[in-house]
Design a protein around this ligand. Structure first.
Ligand code: NAP
Ligand code: MN
Length: 267
């Protein structure tokens, strides 16, 4: 092991603060060095909180290569493999280097106005929504093949790991995390004599771009929601999505298969 440094990242609930100080004490007792501010030469990030805290930690540390493992003090904790009762097991496995590091796919959105483009990256999903809860109209193409004009509340572009999040609530499919695909899922698609939108989600392979051109009616603002964080943009001409060449790393203790997790957290 190169270094014995570990970053602990936590949210500020009473439970998280208590677990963090207990964990810090136990790790220091085993000879690990716990950093107070984020250190780029740590070998591990431990995130104490719920899924939101886990997502924010990866964003805040710029999709660092240092792997993340989570301790669940949140409500669902789909990402958080370790429960607060299992701190000793976690420490023992870290000490014995008895773990695997699994890269996860991220979605990249390139947002272009007439004058410039910016890049956004997400772990779960990027959502396109109307501003002020307006109906949104989107021309959707897959790799330059025009598919449909979507009208409704919006669309979700989900990663495999995000397929159990917002995507799932909108009727999207669960996708095994090692599949390199993106899923485009409609939110409240309108189907009437006025508008016709696909009602099911579509799954797009890694090599193909998902391209979206908004059609503006009485509002030219759009909301882009990146892992739950809202951004407002005006006069977007096109948004294109693909799987990012960057990845995030998740450290797993190996007793947390995707299917067990789905059964435990959803059924
Ligand atoms: P939040 O409102 O607390 O998230 C909603 C729920 O989604 C929470 O129970 C959260 O777990 C869970 N969650 C997050 N990522 C997940 C994943 N990959 N698989 C399964 N469940 C997951 O907000 P947040 O904690 O900041 O999380 C942001 C995420 O919330 C967004 O990326 C989006 O996917 C999701 N969201 C869902 C809906 C919906 O389902 N209608 C609406 C908006 C946002 P914790 O309880 O452990 O935090
Ligand atoms: Mn949450």
């Amino acid at each position: 092991m190169k270094t014995k440094k570990i970053n602990i990242i936590h949210n500020n609930t009473e439970k998280s603060l208590n677990i963090t100080s207990l964990l810090k004490e136990k790790l220091e007792h085993q000879g690990f060095c716990i950093t107070d501010s984020f250190s780029y030469d740590a070998f591990l990030n431990i995130c104490v909180g719920g899924d939101g805290a886990f997502l924010r930690a990866i964003h805040n540390f710029d999709f660092t290569n240092i792997p993340f493992i989570g301790i669940n003090t949140g409500t669902l904790g789909f990402f958080q493999e370790v429960s607060p009762e299992n701190l000793d097991l976690l420490i023992q496995k870290i000490k014995n280097q008895d773990y695997k590091i699994e890269p996860i796919f991220l979605v990249e959105g390139i947002i272009c106005t007439r004058t410039s483009c910016i890049e956004l990256i997400a772990i779960n999903e990027i959502v396109i929504k109307g501003y002020h809860s307006k109906t949104i109209h989107l021309n959707v193409s897959i790799d330059n093949n025009y598919l449909e004009k979507f009208s409704g509340d919006g669309v979700i572009v989900s990663t495999p790991i995000g397929s159990t999040a917002y995507n799932f609530s909108c009727g999207g499919s669960l996708v095994y995390p090692t599949l390199d695909v993106l899923q485009l899922t409609p939110i409240a698609p309108i189907n009437s004599k006025a508008y016709r939108s696909l009602t099911s989600s579509i799954i797009v392979p890694n090599s193909l771009l998902i391209q979206i051109k908004p059609e503006y009616r009485d509002e030219n603002s759009i909301l882009i929601v990146v892992d739950g964080q809202e951004h407002k943009y005006e006069n977007i001409v096109e948004i294109s999505f693909k799987i990012s060449s960057m990845k995030a790393n998740i450290l797993t203790l190996g007793n947390h298969s995707f299917w067990t997790n789905v059964k435990d957290k959803f059924l």
